[in-house]
Design a protein around this ligand. Structure first.
Ligand SMILES: Cc1ncc(COP(=O)(O)O)c(C=O)c1O
Length: 411
């Protein structure tokens, strides 16, 4: 990597987490959290009206639908898989570069994930590997748009799915706002999910959207969502506390408030994964709807989506210039695609991925390690997928929202 004055102007590492929370979002969360503490039904008081409005706005934006909002991307994936009729005995081809929550959501339907190797231009499924992996039980392909990129073989995969009559689920957890041939991702297959988890394009700490495109699946999605409960008040309070915490620790550079937020909320922060997820046991959080206050938080940031995307894209261009100068291997943007650039992936040696602190100091940023295994973070070696295993060992990712004034910031 090129010589870099790691300390130059950097008082703290630029965070990986989405820094799209603004003061308005923080105030919404703080007010609702206070109501919950006082014993009122914070976040549920408009009885679903805010969430319905958000779902309709999202469907209009996507030009597809219906869209239903859930407590997380994983809950949205469970819902889409059910709505598409996946169940026991069905195989779903997944890339050998994904996370445990994706596998869990599919398995909870009774379906079985079937790993296929990825290509290493843009971390999508490799068409030859998919052809080899398709078996008599295969019913669906999961197209994961990793880091917000569009996979090299997208065209061939969509054609193959059509020829073999396979369902296509797009995992747009990283790819809100990305396009391919002028079409928004999320409209290319039979269904799709989006995420607002704290590391995603926009963040409500937890949250997700589900969309399906056929009338039969739509009816099933609506029924599923209507029968899905809201999170309980304690959990919602902990999510809102996490929003306030993330704002003071990640966004506003105010040491005193950040220290206060750490002290105040350390014990109530919502986890990224619940214990039962690690070993694949059923986790009830995969069956939760989005509360009204979370829909308000999502909408307040969605107003700024175009601005956030152009900042991320400009930062990716800046990282590319840095990578070209320092010899770092990067991803390829396929013709006709406009990535969301949730993160900027680079290849490093395995030692650096295992011990990234020196590179973090050199660049002045936190490094993302997605994915460290094909079922991140749970070890799951897949010997028949050497490129996915290699990416797990050697690909790290850089944040694409850097604070103004950071030495590597694009603007
Ligand atoms: C590719 C991908 N899909 C789906 C998810 C699940 O989204 P969520 O964290 O909102 O449940 C994640 C994880 O965060 C992810 O990285």
């Amino acid at each position: 990597m090129g010589a870099v004055d790691g300390g130059r102007g950097v008082t703290r590492l630029a965070p990986l987490l989405s820094t799209t929370l603004d003061q308005r979002a923080m105030e919404i969360a703080r007010a609702a959290a206070a109501m919950i503490l006082e014993g009122h039904a914070g976040g549920t008081s408009s009885e679903g009206a805010a969430t319905r409005g958000w779902e309709q706005r999202f469907a209009t934006w996507l030009e597809g639908g219906p869209v239903r909002a859930f407590g997380s991307g994983r809950a949205a994936l469970f819902a889409v898989a059910k709505a598409l009729g996946l169940g026991p005995g069905d195989g779903v081809i997944v890339p050998a570069f994904t996370c445990q929550s994706v596998l869990n959501a599919l398995r909870y339907t009774g379906a079985e994930p079937q790993y296929a190797d990825i290509e290493t231009d843009a971390f999508g499924l490799d068409i030859d590997a998919v052809n080899a992996a398709i078996g008599p039980r295969t019913r669906a392909l999961l197209l994961q748009h990793t880091f917000g990129l569009i996979g090299r073989d997208i065209d061939a995969l969509l054609t193959l799915a059509q020829e073999r009559q396979l369902l296509v689920i797009e995992d747009c957890a990283h790819a809100l706002g990305a396009t391919w041939k002028g079409r928004k991702l999320g409209r290319l297959g039979d269904g799709a999910i989006f995420s607002f988890e704290r590391g995603k394009v926009l963040s409500t700490v937890h949250g997700g959207m589900a969309v399906v495109h056929s009338p039969e699946a739509a009816a099933r999605l609506e029924d599923w969502a209507d029968e899905t409960p809201l999170p309980d008040q304690q959990q919602l309070g902990s999510q809102l506390a996490s929003v306030v915490h993330d704002y003071w620790t990640q966004v506003a550079d105010d040491r005193e408030k950040a220290d206060w937020a750490h002290r105040q909320f350390a014990s109530t922060l919502i986890p990224r994964m619940w214990p039962e997820e690690f070993d694949g046991r059923y986790c009830s959080h995969y069956r939760e709807r989005m509360a009204d206050v979370v829909a308000d938080l999502a909408q307040s940031q969605f107003d700024r989506l175009d601005e956030v995307l152009s900042r991320r894209r400009a930062q990716a261009a800046a990282w590319q210039i840095w990578a070209d100068a320092s010899g770092a291997r990067t991803a390829k943007v396929i013709a006709g695609s406009q990535p969301a650039w949730l993160r900027f992936p680079i290849w490093v040696d395995a030692g650096t991925k295992a011990e990234p602190a020196a590179l973090e100091r050199e660049l002045g940023v936190e490094l993302g390690l997605w994915f460290t295994s094909p079922a991140h973070p749970v070890p799951s070696p897949q010997a028949h997928c050497p490129r996915g295993m290699d990416a797990c060992a050697r690909v790290v990712n850089l944040p694409t929202l850097l604070p103004v004034g950071h030495p590597y910031s694009s603007g």
